[in-house]
Design a protein around this ligand. Structure first.
Ligand code: AMP
Length: 143
């Protein structure tokens, strides 16, 4: 049986403004911010504002809003980093590789011949993340 949603998870705290994040985009139903332990430059996370542990318990309308934001942000990420491609992924439960239990979708710009970095590797410099968030925001404005 899947565990219940825990409102003390770190992304719920970001949504409530209790801990900081390098925010990229926000609308009524979703929030997008930089991953603090990026697997590559421009590693971005999209989350629903509605509580959901993962894909299986999410409300379909909330999931649809996440999908729309993922497409919008992915276009901007690709443009901001002049990427050759994108990797988009989402994990469910510890067996599926999930470590934060509020639904989130990863967006990573990819470059020909460059391997993906390690999942949950080192913490990135906040100044670098702020710069990357600003680059993606600028690309969103011109999209
Ligand atoms: P997973 O649940 O396996 O999809 O991974 C959770 C992701 O959240 C990892 O890529 C972490 O680097 C990232 N992460 C964890 N804490 C934070 C945080 N406070 N702000 C932004 N990203 C985070």
């Amino acid at each position: 049986m899947t565990a219940a949603y825990d409102p003390q998870n770190i992304f719920a705290k970001i949504l409530r403004g209790e801990i900081p994040a390098q925010k990229v985009y926000e609308d009524d139903h979703t929030l997008t911010f930089m991953d603090v332990m990026p697997q590559g430059d421009g590693h971005t996370l999209v989350i629903p504002k509605a509580p959901a542990r993962g894909l299986l318990d999410a409300d379909p309308a909330s999931l649809a809003a996440v999908a729309a934001t993922v497409q919008r942000v992915a276009r901007a990420v690709k443009a901001a980093f002049a990427a050759d491609g994108l990797t988009v992924f989402q994990y469910n439960e510890p067996a599926g590789g999930q470590t934060v239990f509020h639904l989130h979708v990863h967006i990573l710009p990819r470059f020909d011949g460059v391997a993906l970095g390690r999942h949950t590797g080192g913490m990135a410099d906040q100044g670098v993340l702020a710069d990357h968030a600003a680059r993606i925001r600028a690309a969103l404005e011109t999209a």
